[in-house]
Design a protein around this ligand. Structure first.
Ligand SMILES: [Fe+2]
Length: 228
């Protein structure tokens, strides 16, 4: 494979292609963070970021790849029981990879614009749908704090009605599991592994400080692509 092709695959988080039959199977790789582990301090410690990326996200990548390789083998053998049995692992680990790949891009160091409010059309849309940016932040923080167990709180765009929505998902369910028309603009990881080393049991403080490193430019870019 050409070097350029390999670089492109790395950039979009694709790994090796496993040849098992006529259709090659695409596995995924851990994407690089677009900043240093300590770059989000003091909002999120470098220790959390390193563990979160190198251990937690890596585990989702490893276990997703293992499950899809097993799935491909089971499909080739028409082993339907195993195909069904693997769905849970694929949803959980694939969702973990999808969600964390978005999460890293949802954050930015303060000196690179983290925390800067959106000034583009997304800013107007937020005012229209939620009253103000402050009201949206309060709503997402409250819903994240109230989420029982592990999960995510999202700012999404309903592409059918061009409407902004706040949703929560359990475990590693991606936003699209709520409705196929939903596109994530921002997702906040409210699993304990995202904050406990620094914030202990005070999840609301994590949900207060993460806004200081929120990458609204990423959210604005996704919004403008969907609503040009
Ligand atoms: Fe996480």
């Amino acid at each position: 494979m050409a070097l350029r092709s390999l670089a492109t695959r790395k950039a979009i988080g694709l790994g090796k292609s496993v040849g098992l039959g006529l259709r090659g199977l695409q596995t995924v790789t851990l994407p690089d963070l677009p900043y240093d582990y300590s770059a989000l301090e003091p909002a999120i410690s470098g220790e959390i970021m390193q563990l979160h990326h190198q251990k937690h996200h890596q585990a989702y990548v490893t276990n997703y790849n293992k499950a899809v390789e097993q799935l491909f083998q089971a499909l080739n053998k028409v082993d339907t029981s195993t195909v069904v049995q693997l769905q849970g692992a694929i949803k959980f680990n694939g969702g973990g990879h999808v969600n964390h790949s978005i999460f890293w891009k949802n954050l930015a160091p303060v000196h690179e614009g983290g925390g800067e409010p959106p000034h583009s059309s997304l800013g107007w849309a937020i005012d229209t749908h939620f009253g103000s940016l402050e009201a949206l932040i309060q709503k997402m923080s409250a819903e994240g704090a109230a989420l029982q167990g592990s999960g995510w709180v999202w700012l999404g765009l309903d592409t059918e009605f061009k409407r902004l929505v706040v949703e929560t998902t359990a475990n590693q369910d991606p936003l699209v599991t709520k409705a196929p028309t939903l596109v994530p603009l921002l997702g906040i990881d409210v699993w304990e592994h995202a904050y406990y080393l620094q914030y202990k049991n005070v999840k609301p403080d994590y949900l207060k400080n993460i806004w200081n490193v929120m990458n609204w430019k990423y959210a604005s870019d996704v919004y403008q692509k969907e609503c040009p």
